[in-house]
Write a protein that binds this ligand. Structure first.
Ligand SMILES: [Zn+2]
Length: 149
């Protein structure tokens, strides 16, 4: 993934219709923490797009954090749509964000619908875990790597 120069006025990968410099860049550059669960969710999506696995781990709650993350380089993220948020504000301790992310693998489009849970601890929001939204058609997980074998 090419690094984005800080002055490039490119649109934010999180699909917010804002410029990267005015949106997720301040979080991905670790200048400040996202103030809301939705802002963290968006910045994590941007981190996926930009391949910043360290940011994904840093913002993953310690209780659920994996030891490492593999980002499939064949995945091309196409867009993010936040459908709904529950709590997750600056004064809240927990929050839920419902979203749909679209991506392409080997030219084939996919759609990931998920509820993600977040907690705020000492002024920082963390991703806890996500539940696939079963109200939409299930996606075959053919790219999930098996841990055994
Ligand atoms: Zn953004």
């Amino acid at each position: 993934m090419p690094e984005l120069p800080p002055t490039t006025p490119c649109p934010c990968p999180c699909d917010s219709q804002r410029l990267f410099v005015d949106c997720c860049q301040v979080y991905l550059s670790r200048h400040t923490f996202p103030p809301t669960a939705e802002a963290l969710m968006r910045s994590r999506y941007s981190a996926f797009v930009l391949g910043d696995t360290r940011y994904l781990l840093e913002t993953w709650h310690i209780s659920m954090r994996p030891t490492h993350i593999d980002i499939d380089t064949d995945t091309h993220w196409l867009g993010l749509k936040v459908l709904d948020t529950q709590a997750g504000g600056e004064q809240d301790k927990t929050g839920t964000v419902r979203f749909v992310a679209r991506y392409k693998i080997h030219g084939k489009g996919h759609r990931l619908a998920e509820h993600s849970d977040f907690v705020q601890e000492q002024g920082r929001w963390f991703y806890v875990n996500g539940t696939q939204d079963t109200s939409s058609p299930a996606q075959p997980k053919r790219h999930q790597r098996s841990k055994k074998q």
